[in-house]
Design a protein around this ligand. Structure first.
Ligand SMILES: [Zn+2]
Length: 160
């Protein structure tokens, strides 16, 4: 991870604020033959530029800040960190999306804890949370109260 961070910050300047373009001001991308990767320096046809590498990960909400300077290989190399971030955020993303049209699914390492949206009735959606170990939630049928308990896995230093 530290190696990736050094590579990443050697070509990206850390900014305090980045405002990605809105959908209606979606920037036009360079033609693929004019792109060169800022990490490996690759150009077509040695590397490809088919993916849409987001400047701000879509984990943090859909945005239109797309990089013109990351080849598919380098984008995939760094996208592995996004999976770690998704595990770190856990159920926060699906639970924060309640009431929205799209709810991101969540699958914990080992598939012990999952969350996904489903349609209860036409037009009525809910989030189904599956807890295979039954250690992450405590439901009190008398009070109707559900406690979300903190859990740790070897791949996550934070709970759900
Ligand atoms: Zn590259």
């Amino acid at each position: 991870m530290q190696k990736k961070w050094k590579i990443f910050t050697s070509v990206y300047e850390i900014q305090k604020l980045y405002l990605p373009p809105e959908a209606n001001e979606k920037p036009k991308r360079k033609h693929r033959t004019d792109m060169s990767c800022r990490f490996c320096g690759g150009v077509m046809p040695q590397v490809s530029f088919r993916s849409d590498p987001h400047v701000i990960s879509k984990l943090f909400e859909m945005n239109y800040g797309i990089s013109d300077f990351e080849c598919d290989i380098c984008n995939n190399y760094f996208s592995a960190e996004e999976s770690h971030m998704a595990h770190f955020l856990g159920l926060k993303r699906p639970l924060d999306s309640i009431g929205q049209d799209k709810v991101p699914s969540f699958v914990s390492p080992g598939k012990v804890l999952t969350a996904k949206m489903f349609e209860v009735f036409p037009g009525q959606k809910a989030i189904e949370i599956s807890d295979l170990q039954q250690q992450n939630f405590k439901f009190d049928p008398l009070s109707g109260k559900t406690d979300i308990l903190c859990c740790h896995s070897k791949n996550s230093s934070r709970g759900i």
